[in-house]
Design a protein around this ligand. Structure first.
Ligand code: DAH
Length: 339
């Protein structure tokens, strides 16, 4: 038994420095001092020792127990401290580290153009109306003076859904829908996506138009030119010159196109304006009598003027975007430039 006491003491001395965690510590403590621990068992075995040895042995075991308790108490403090330090180390925050940046998005160039046109016209008392992208043949063509089998339908290569339902090829059907809902005088802007089966560097199967419609008494081509000129100069350059060219649209008579002096060369001639000095900006005209009638307007009292702008084209011109695809690929490197 005496040897046993020595051995246990040595065991504890070499064990204590190896206890790295709380769990290891408590396991070790109970292996010696717990109910079935080695020291407890020694005390219990005292009865088996020869009677004359018992007092000395008992004293020695008790001393061992007190010593061990002291040792474990010390060790507990060390282990707790080590564990706390380890936790601090693990959960340490580096408050000098730069934070993750919140990225702020940018408006799409088409949205910029749309907002700009709306701002220009809002000052003139225009309202905004948005028609459906899935249209019927009547509103997209027939009511706009393009009956079935009319050759003008070839100008707009159409995605048909059924024989009568299609993806609108222009925002002009919004003119009819406005007339159906509103009594004159009318001043509306109709922005929206339009669809045609076409595609190259300047054409995309989905693009954006802005329609303008005014219905009032005694409107003239002079009013039309006034509105178009005002818009073009606000959009491009207050110093720019504008000109009207005769054109053809089935829903206007007369029909015009508006050119503005080139924003790059100011009329001298360059690559952008193909050396003409002029850039085509939009189409327009006096609303055809038949179109007004199809919209239920009394043509004895009222007439109208209308305009249509390709917003993608304007964005490409204003921002120098060479290919229309760049507008729809959602490449961050491109979009970030519009912050
Ligand atoms: N809808 C025509 C197109 O897509 C553009 C247009 C031209 C609209 C003249 C108009 C207009 O309202 O008066 O080509």
């Amino acid at each position: 038994m005496k040897e046993n006491i020595e051995q246990i003491k040595n065991e504890i001395i070499s064990l204590l420095p190896t206890l790295g965690t709380n769990k290891a510590f408590y396991d070790a403590q109970s292996a010696y001092l717990g109910k079935a621990g080695k020291i407890t068992m020694l005390l219990r075995g005292l009865g088996q020792a020869p009677k004359e040895d018992r007092p000395a042995l008992g004293k020695a075991i008790n001393e061992l127990k007190v010593w061990a308790e002291g040792q474990f108490e010390q060790a507990e403090k060390t282990v707790n401290k080590a564990e706390l330090l380890a936790r601090y180390e693990n959960e340490k925050l580096d408050i000098t580290m730069p934070s993750v940046k919140d990225e702020v998005g940018a408006l799409h160039p088409i949205t910029h153009i749309k907002n700009e046109i709306i701002d220009i016209f809002a000052g003139l008392g225009f309202e905004i109306f948005e028609g459906p992208e899935i249209e019927d043949d009547f509103h997209n063509f027939t009511a706009l003076n393009v009956p079935k089998d009319h050759p003008a339908r070839d100008m707009q290569d159409t995605f048909f859904i059924t024989e009568d339902i299609l993806l609108r090829t222009q925002t002009s059907p919004g003119q009819i829908r406005t007339m159906e809902r509103r009594k004159p005088p009318i001043k509306v802007l109709i922005p929206g996506r339009v669809f045609r089966s076409e595609g190259d560097a300047t054409h995309s199967p989905m693009f954006h138009q802005m329609e303008g419609l005014v219905i009032d008494k005694n409107l003239s081509v002079r009013d039309l030119y006034g509105v178009l000129d005002y818009l073009a100069k606000k959009l491009f350059d207050g110093e720019a010159q504008t000109r009207l060219r005769p054109s053809f649209f089935p829903f206007t008579e007369p029909s015009v196109e508006l050119d503005v002096t080139c924003c790059v060369c100011h009329g001298k001639g360059c690559k952008l304006c193909k050396n003409t000095g002029w850039i085509e900006v939009l189409g327009g005209g006096m609303v055809h009598k038949k179109v007004l009638e199809n919209g239920g307007i009394d043509t004895n009292e009222y007439n109208g003027l209308a305009l249509g702008i390709g917003m993608d084209r304007i964005a490409m011109l204003k921002y120098g975007i060479p290919n229309i695809k760049l507008l729809f690929e959602n490449d961050q490197r491109m979009l970030k430039q519009f912050k």
